[in-house]
Design a protein around this ligand. Structure first.
Ligand code: FES
Length: 309
């Protein structure tokens, strides 16, 4: 929806005017945090990162999802895969680095069990005498991973519907942006394919549970939010520009990046203060302003999914 042209959808117009915000426990309570992880992060397609972060065989990165660590690595066969970051011997976390390249094998630091970039157990010292033990049955625990639009998407739920079934109709809105490239600095022409309407608007989309697309006429901005603890989240922000525009000698994205860096930091600072305040014993919830129907809609959606409305 366009900035300043927000439409309230999904509930009765004006419902928020008579409603209270959730209590502070929704922002601090460990039990509610675990329920949120289970309801939203354990069974949704999540945008883990960009394909160009793992462009070559052996490139990898790790992501923390509420205490669960995931390795994403491109195999020697060129296929990107995701695994739980857990050794099959005695459960040790395998990789601590946030990213890297030229990974030829994943070696557990404890007893040296060794896995190929494709997740196969290829070395397991002192297991020759084990009964009923096959290396082939001790590959890393896999996670479903699918590419779309230059990103890699994962779902921890092995039974989940395919990515395109879940989000294909939504993805169709982004066809004219997918050729974009991450990085950034420019004096930029508008993106190709922008309609007259597009040129006057910024579109904001949220993909539950953790992705925010901001579509500008000349660039795409993506935020990902990762839960860490009930009171701590990690936010990533990427900018994408047209590769042809980036190739120009006068390419400069500092206007977009500097502005949004300022806005992001202001937003994060006030969110941190809000988080602290809502931890107070006196905070039992507040009221939505006239202009916060979307906040109300989001809160109600979360509470209903958690069975706490
Ligand atoms: S826990 Fe990984 S090799 Fe022992």
């Amino acid at each position: 929806m366009g900035r300043g042209d927000a439409k309230y959808v999904g509930r009765e117009v004006g419902e928020h005017l008579a409603s209270k915000t959730p209590p502070g426990s929704f922002y601090t309570d460990e039990t509610i945090f675990r329920k949120e992880l289970e309801e939203f992060y354990d069974r949704s397609w999540m945008n883990l990162g960009r394909e160009d972060e793992i462009a070559r065989p052996g490139d990898f990165f790790t992501r923390e999802i509420g205490g669960e660590s995931v390795i994403v690595v491109r195999g020697t066969d060129g296929i990107a895969r995701a695994f739980y970051n857990v050794c099959r011997h005695r459960g040790t976390r395998l990789v601590e680095e946030p990213a890297g390249s030229k990974l030829r094998s994943i070696v557990c630091p404890y007893h040296g069990w060794t896995y190929s970039p494709e997740g196969r157990l290829v070395g397991a010292p002192h297991t020759e005498s084990l009964v009923d033990f096959q290396k082939e049955e001790s590959s890393l625990y896999g996670i479903r991973l699918e590419p779309w639009g230059g990103f890699v998407w994962a779902n921890l739920d092995a039974q989940a519907a395919p990515l395109q079934d879940e989000l294909g109709a939504f993805f169709a809105k982004f066809d004219r942006y997918s050729s974009m490239t991450w990085t950034g600095y420019t004096k930029r022409p508008l993106l190709e394919g922008m309609t007259d309407d597009d040129r006057r608007r910024v579109y904001y989309y949220t993909v539950f549970p953790n992705l925010f697309f901001s579509l500008h006429p000349d660039f795409l901005m993506v935020h990902r939010t990762w839960p860490v603890t009930p009171t701590h989240s990690r936010v990533e922000c990427d900018f994408f520009f047209d590769p042809a525009t980036m190739a120009r000698p006068d390419f400069d994205a500092s206007d977009a990046v500097d502005l949004w860096d300022l806005i992001n930091r202001q937003d994060w600072a006030v969110c941190q203060r809000s988080q602290k305040g809502m931890g107070s014993r006196v905070w039992k919830g507040g009221r939505y302003s006239d202009q916060e129907p979307q906040v109300y809609d989001f809160d109600r959606y979360v509470m209903e999914r958690l069975g706490m409305s």
